[in-house]
Design a protein. Structure first.
Length: 318
């Protein structure tokens, strides 16, 4: 039996015991945690999330609290439902195959295809995406927690760790470009840090956004996934992150990003001081994504989840 099959078999037994769910398991791509798609025998689909050993319970509570809050605050937002265990808990602890304790939780799988797989991406879809991200950001401004966010590499207010890893970029010209981006970020950091912080999704990339065809035949946003990188930051950081991935998504990325901003601005007005730093934040996110991908790909050179943004980031940065 392969290692993947052993993993699926082990966690299938755990989920059957704690959630009374049975079916077919598929291992999904993930940077740190173990994620499975579970297709129940009756056809219903779930996402099983087995958290990394170092996962803090307080931060997982924060994620689940955020999902619960958004469901109540903005019921129309396409946010997944958390599935309670047979004990009524939002998550459980269980031993992995190495007898190490892991936190496990389950979400209902949402309908739709990944934005990265949608072609072509229509202007109307980008406007709809912008409106729903704006609605998400406005709702998140009302969300509060006593928990401090964990420190991690995806915090767009603290990207200077890439400065110590510029040697990962072998192309001298590209290294110079990233160096200039770092300098530009430093020049706007005071303005960024003066802005109020709110809890934001922080990872609105094309792998975390689902699309489906509505009843009137239009492609619309149908799912906002994975709040695992949520953090406290100015709201414009969320806009910049989503914009960055739209820009490298297709050959028409610039026009798509502008339609996204048009939709966003119609719901949550972007201030002049936010627009002043948006471009620099977008370029900073692409630089962070590139450097991170180069570092991670050394250990996982054939993992598409690790290398997925590398080509697009390089092309746009040049």
């Amino acid at each position: 039996m392969s290692e993947t099959e052993k993993l699926k078999s082990h966690w299938a037994k755990v989920i059957a015991k704690l959630w009374n769910l049975n079916g077919q398991y598929k291992l999904l791509n993930s940077e740190f945690d173990l994620n499975f798609e579970l297709i129940e025998n009756g056809g219903k689909k779930f996402i099983v999330k087995v958290m990394r050993e170092s996962c803090g319970l307080s931060f997982l509570d924060a994620q689940v609290d955020m999902l619960d809050f958004l469901k109540k605050e903005e019921a129309k937002l396409p946010i997944p439902n958390v599935v309670s265990s047979i004990f009524g808990s939002r998550y459980e602890t269980a031993l992995d195959s190495d007898k190490k304790e892991r936190i496990v939780w389950i979400l209902e799988k949402m309908d739709g295809m990944l934005l990265s797989e949608v072609s072509p991406q229509s202007k109307n879809l980008m406007v709809d995406l912008g409106k729903k991200v704006a609605t998400l950001d406005l709702a998140c401004k009302k969300f509060s927690l006593d928990t401090a966010p964990p420190k991690h590499k995806w915090d767009l207010t603290k990207p200077l760790w890439i400065k110590d890893n510029l040697s990962e970029i072998r192309d001298p010209g590209l290294q110079d470009i990233v160096t200039n981006i770092i300098e530009e970020f430093i020049s706007i950091s005071d303005k960024l840090n003066s802005m109020p912080n709110y809890w934001i999704h922080n990872d609105l990339n094309d792998q975390n956004l689902l699309v489906k065809i509505s009843a009137d035949g239009e492609a619309v946003l149908s799912g906002i996934l994975d709040f695992g990188d949520m953090t406290l930051s100015p709201t414009i950081c969320n806009v910049a992150i989503c914009s960055a991935y739209l820009l490298i998504l297709s050959e028409d990325g610039l026009n798509m990003q502008l339609e996204f901003l048009r939709g966003y601005h119609s719901v949550n007005v972007l201030l002049e001081e936010e627009l002043d730093i948006l471009y620099t934040l977008i370029m900073t996110r692409l630089a962070v994504s590139l450097v991170n991908s180069l570092i991670m790909s050394k250990g996982k050179p054939d993992d598409p989840y690790v290398t997925i943004s590398q080509k697009g980031s390089k092309k746009f940065l040049y």
